[in-house]
Design a protein around this ligand. Structure first.
Ligand SMILES: [Zn+2]
Length: 348
């Protein structure tokens, strides 16, 4: 079971500068106070003033050192009150810890949370990596101001990358910001509608919410569908896969069975981008891949198919494979007087 964290998410848009004394945080965190205590940490700073916590009062009290303790002094007639160091210590949101838990909850690849240069109040909190070769930055805007959120969306859009923007709630998300997000083909997600608190301590997705589902529309807009058609297709390589995870087995002279960790499928050479544009026949790269299969992943000068032209062909084959999977590293290594495939490749 998960429960909502309405107070907490709203508080993040109401606490100026995300810093306040414990009583100010408590007043805004309400019922969520205990569940999120780990995100609100004391700093070394002593507050210069604090809001009056008496009911119906809006005055701000000055804090003065007094007899090794502190005194709150009201300009509007409240009684002076004695306060301990703890009570006047500024507490701040620990963005790094919050970012790490949010990233984990949404199934993102975590990064060390960092402010985005030139975009005020926005943190890079993780990357969305649905498949190998597809990486989208995920940002968290911690500003409750509609204008600031709109500027933030503008600033992020100007970076020219598709992105996901998180905010505590949608209360500052105006039409202007929504327009920017739509034009940038980005995605806006309010955390209060997705992330709550589990029974044991830790953030969890709210009941009925899945990380897959939340990002489905964004993913569909930016990742080609892994469906077979006439042209080249996209193979849904799991994130983090390496060439050593790839296995290619020839079924016949025109198609292969491909497996990478949990993903697999049967592909025609044309679907792997290895059909000649002139006559739709297999390219020399495909024939070279077949030669690697016959050599159990190796190709050298003793091979029947050895040729001076193979150097260029091998480079083209590497590029074709890098495009199809996509995995960045070189799929081949030099070995002796030839090459060895870093992936498993075999004939039927
Ligand atoms: Zn007062």
């Amino acid at each position: 079971m998960s429960r909502r964290l309405q107070w907490f998410w709203q508080a993040l848009e109401r606490v100026p500068d995300l810093a306040g004394v414990a009583s100010e945080w408590r007043a805004l965190l309400g019922d969520d106070d205990k569940a999120v205590a780990r995100f609100i940490l004391p700093t070394r700073r002593i507050a210069g003033s604090i809001r009056c916590t008496a009911p119906k009062r809006t005055c701000v009290h000055e804090i003065r050192p007094w007899k090794r303790r502190f005194l709150s002094v009201c300009p509007d007639g409240c009684e002076p009150a004695e306060l301990t160091r703890d009570e006047v210590t500024v507490h701040r949101l620990d963005v790094a810890t919050l970012a790490r838990e949010v990233a984990e909850t949404l199934g993102l690849e975590p990064v060390r949370a960092e402010l985005v240069p030139g975009v005020a109040g926005v943190w890079h909190v993780g990357d969305y990596v649905p498949y190998s070769g597809f990486r989208f930055p995920v940002y968290l805007a911690l500003t409750g101001e509609p204008e600031a959120l709109s500027w933030a969306a503008d600033g992020l859009a100007a970076r020219g990358q598709w992105f996901v923007l998180l905010a505590p709630t949608r209360s500052a998300f105006t039409q202007a910001a929504a327009d920017v997000i739509r034009q940038a083909k980005a995605c806006f997600l309010p955390l209060d509608e997705l992330v709550g608190h589990g029974d044991d301590d830790g953030l969890v997705l709210l009941d009925g919410v899945t990380a897959e589902g939340v990002l489905a529309e964004f993913r569909a807009a930016h990742v080609p569908q892994p469906k077979a058609d006439d042209g080249m297709v996209f193979f849904p390589t799991p994130p983090g896969a390496r060439w050593s995870d790839v296995s290619i087995r020839f079924i016949d002279r025109h198609s292969v069975y491909v497996k990478v960790k949990g993903a697999s499928g049967t592909f025609h050479f044309a679907q792997m981008g290895m059909a000649s544009r002139k006559n739709a026949k297999p390219t020399v790269q495909w024939l070279l891949l077949e030669a690697f299969a016959e050599g159990h992943g190796r190709l050298d000068w003793r091979s029947r198919k050895a040729s001076r032209k193979n150097q260029k062909r091998k480079e083209n084959l590497a590029a074709d494979l890098q495009r199809f999977f996509p995995i960045e590293d070189d799929p081949f290594v030099i070995e002796g007087d030839g090459w060895r495939a870093r992936f498993a490749v075999e004939v039927a």
